[in-house]
Write a protein that binds this ligand. Structure first.
Ligand SMILES: [Zn+2]
Ligand SMILES: [Zn+2]
Length: 177
């Protein structure tokens, strides 16, 4: 068989079994999600310099031209994969939280509380409201990691954080004085 015939056969096979192939690929992707994402990341890093400008420009152009279609596609993909995607995002979020809490000592700096569910990230100089608004809580942990764990952050438990916000100083600290 000539190569060209092989190619045509392949295309025909794909066209005929499109839904099945897509479904299979989707299933494979979610069964091996970590590996697939890892592979894609590696590929991107390896080929980043080569394709950076070209890829960025092309995708920007494409998006501008096909904004509606793109948004639709994203929405469709999201709707079809909502459950898995939420699960994945939640895992990633928990991972980031864990990294951040570990870095800041895994306990409330005021009262020593060690139950993670009570932890909040506090701005030592009370200048965090603006930042928190900017990077909603989901992105806040990512922001902390990307910015190399800023030194003006600390862990406070919800109680101590609340007291500090309302009274300016936590009663625990007043007791110590
Ligand atoms: Zn505390
Ligand atoms: Zn306290």
């Amino acid at each position: 068989m000539k190569i060209i015939d092989k190619k045509i056969k392949k295309i025909l096979y794909y066209e005929k079994n499109k839904e099945y192939i897509k479904e299979k690929a989707r299933k494979y992707y979610y069964d091996h999600i970590e590996k697939c994402r890892e592979d894609r990341k590696k590929w991107k890093i390896k080929n980043f310099e080569k394709y950076k400008i070209k890829y960025r420009e092309a995708s920007r152009k494409y998006y501008k031209k096909n904004r509606k279609l793109c948004n639709e596609k994203t929405r469709k993909w999201y709707n079809e994969n909502k459950v898995e995607e939420h699960k994945h995002r939640k895992i990633k979020h928990e991972e980031k939280k864990e990294i951040v809490f570990n870095h800041y000592g895994n306990k409330c700096v005021c009262c020593g509380e060690t139950i993670k569910e009570f932890f909040t990230i506090d701005h030592i100089n009370n200048d965090g409201a603006e930042q928190k608004r900017k990077y909603k809580i989901y992105h806040f942990y990512r922001w902390i990691i990307r910015n190399d764990f800023p030194k003006d952050l600390q862990i406070l438990c919800a109680n101590c954080n609340y007291a500090k916000a309302i009274y300016g100083i936590c009663p625990h600290q007043q007791e110590k004085k």
